[in-house]
Design a protein around this ligand. Structure first.
Ligand SMILES: Cc1cc2nc3c(=O)[nH]c(=O)nc-3n(C[C@H](O)[C@H](O)[C@H](O)COP(=O)(O)OP(=O)(O)OC[C@H]3O[C@@H](n4cnc5c(N)ncnc54)[C@H](O)[C@@H]3O)c2cc1C
Length: 305
C-alpha cells in the first residue's frame, strides 16, 4: 500500500510549488554557478570519486542559448584542467540546439569536444527522448571520427539498443549504459522492470566481451552486483570499466563501491535551469514525493485550523 501511494505521488510532482521542488532537489544539484560545481567535484575527489559536470538546460529553442552553453562548457573544461580536478563533461544535444539546427549543434559539440581533448578531458553525449536517439548517435559517430575523447549513452530499455551498440563497438566508442529515464511507448521501449534489468545485463555482457570501456550507470544494488559478476567473468581490471551515479542518489552504494576500489564517477549538474532535471529526480524517488506531499497537506491542515 505505501508503495502504491508512493507511485501515485510520483506522478504528481509537477504540481508541487517551484520553491518546494527547488528546496528538496538541492541534494541532486551542485548549485547555480560553475564555482559550485567545482567545489562539488573537489569534495567528491577527496572522497575517492571522479566527476562528470553537466550544465543544466535542455530543449532550447533559440539560436543564442546554445552559444552561451558552449562558452560555459569551454570555461568549465578550462577550470577543471587548471585545478587538475578528475572530471570531464556531460552534454545534452538539445541544450546545444539539436531541436533548432542540427549543424549548429554539431559545430558546438565539436568545439566543446576539441576543448576537452586539448585539456585531456572526456565528453559524454547524454541520451534524451527516443525521437533524438538516431540523430544523437549520428552526432556521436561524427564527433568520434575526429575526437576519441567522445562517448555515447545507451538506454537499456530501448528495443533498438542491441543494434545500436554494434555500431558503437565497430568504432570502439565508449558507452555509458543506463536503464533510460524517459517514459517511452511499448513499441519503442520495454516497460517491465525485470525485463529492463535483463536487457541491461545482456547489453553489458556484449559490450564488455567486445572490449568496450563501459560506464555502468545505475543505483540499483541488485543490478550493480550482477554487473560486477559480469565484470569478473570477463576478468577485467579496475581501469577497464567504471560505475557512474548521480549526485545525491544512493550514496551508501557509492561508498561501498569506492571502498571496494572500483572506479566511481558522479554526475554533477549545475546551473540556473534546474527545474526539469529536479522533477525527473523527484519522480524517480517516490518516497520523497510522498513525504513532501504529506508535509504540505499537514501544513495546509495546520494553517486552516
Ligand atoms: C551517471 C548517470 C547518467 C545518466 N544519464 C542518463 C542519460 O543520458 N539518459 C537517460 O535516459 N538516463 C540517464 N540516467 C538515468 C538512468 O537511465 C535511470 O533513470 C536512473 O539511473 C534510475 O535507474 P537505476 O538503474 O538507478 O535503477 P532504479 O531501479 O530506478 O533505482 C535504483 C534505486 O535507486 C533509487 N533511486 C533512483 N533514483 C533516485 C533518486 N533520484 N533519488 C533517490 N533514490 C533514487 C531508487 O529508488 C531505487 O531504490 C543516468 C543515470 C546515471 C547514474
Amino acid at each position: 500500500m505505501p508503495r502504491l501511494l508512493d507511485r501515485a505521488m510520483a506522478g504528481t510532482v509537477q504540481l508541487l510549488p517551484r520553491r518546494i521542488v527547488r528546496r528538496v532537489s538541492e541534494r541532486y544539484i551542485a548549485g547555480e554557478t560553475l564555482a559550485d560545481a567545482l567545489a562539488t567535484v573537489r569534495r567528491l575527489s577527496a572522497g575517492g570519486c571522479l566527476g562528470t559536470v553537466d550544465l543544466l538546460g535542455e530543449h532550447v529553442t533559440s539560436r543564442q542559448q546554445p552559444l552561451a552553453t558552449k562558452a560555459a562548457y569551454r570555461e568549465a573544461i578550462q577550470r577543471l584542467a587548471e585545478e587538475k580536478l578528475p572530471a570531464g563533461v556531460s552534454v545534452k544535444p538539445t541544450a546545444l540546439g539539436l531541436a533548432v539546427d542540427r549543424d549548429l549543434c554539431l559545430q558546438s559539440l565539436r568545439e566543446v569536444a576539441a576543448a576537452a581533448a586539448q585539456h585531456g578531458r572526456f565528453m559524454r553525449v547524454d541520451m534524451e527522448e527516443s525521437h533524438y536517439t538516431t540523430s544523437t548517435l549520428e552526432l556521436v559517430h561524427e564527433l568520434h571520427a575526429d575526437h576519441a575523447n567522445v562517448g555515447a549513452v545507451i538506454q537499456a530499455r530501448l528495443r533498438r539498443s542491441p543494434d545500436d551498440i554494434e555500431g558503437l563497438l565497430r568504432e570502439r566508442i565508449s558507452v555509458r549504459l543506463c536503464k533510460g529515464i524517459y517514459q517511452e511507448p511499448p513499441d519503442v521501449a520495454l516497460q517491465d522492470f525485470d525485463q529492463i534489468r535483463t536487457a541491461y545485463l545482456r547489453l553489458l555482457d556484449r559490450l564488455l566481451e567486445a572490449g568496450c570501456y563501459v560506464g555502468i550507470a545505475t543505483h540499483d544494488r541488485w543490478l550493480a552486483e550482477r554487473s560486477l559478476e559480469i565484470v569478473r567473468h570477463h576478468g577485467l581490471g579496475r581501469h577497464q570499466y567504471e560505475f557512474q551515479m548521480l549526485m545525491g542518489v544512493a550514496e551508501p552504494l557509492r561508498r561501498r563501491l569506492v571502498t571496494a576500489r572500483h572506479r566511481v564517477r558522479v554526475y554533477v549538474p549545475y546551473g540556473g535551469d534546474w527545474y526539469a532535471y529536479s522533477l525527473r529526480r523527484l519522480q524517480e524517488n517516490p518516497q520523497i514525493a510522498t513525504s513532501i506531499a504529506l508535509s504540505l497537506i499537514g501544513r495546509a491542515t495546520v494553517t486552516s485550523r
